[in-house]
Design a protein around this ligand. Sequence first.
Ligand SMILES: [Zn+2]
Length: 191
Amino acid sequence: MDAVSTMEEILRRIISLRKNLEEDLKHISHHIQKMDEEVFNFVVSRLKKEIEIVKRYKPPVRPAIDPLVSSYLGVYSGLEFAGEYGKLMGYPSCCIESFKSVRFAIDEEHLKEAESFKGEGKFAVVITSGFIPCSLKCREAWRRCLIGVVSQREYKRIIKLEEELSRELPHYHGGYTEYYEKIVLLSPTSR
Ligand SMILES: [Zn+2]
């Protein structure tokens, strides 16, 4: 599984939910089916454009889905359906459960775990923004390109990708300006 294919899978599901009601994604199915044609097409085209950009960068971890797309999908207002949204976004069930137990942010525990990733050529831990793993070591999250450790070179490329995404897909969704959470591993003195 690579970052692009995980995003293509989300797009495929959104298009499928427009026509087919899925039992495990009932709320989102209804929501997507109620959208105006115009809004739905806009959501699909934004996501396609985001995927096209990501394809050129091939990052090891996928960026967050365009905030405007997420907002139209109701991600931010549907906290009571966190399980469904998590599933649509391809999050592992262990991480969805941990999120539902009110672990809403990257916390001390995650930062402590990050320490153990320190090593030669390892510059930072990157996580898909909006995704809160049950653990930084969650194997399923790594497999699904939601967490990774990058070198300084890869890190710079990720910053470039973020810049291009915000330039090409402008939005005014406050409180959400980055597509990745980043935990830099080097201590300030060794930089
Ligand atoms: Zn997990």
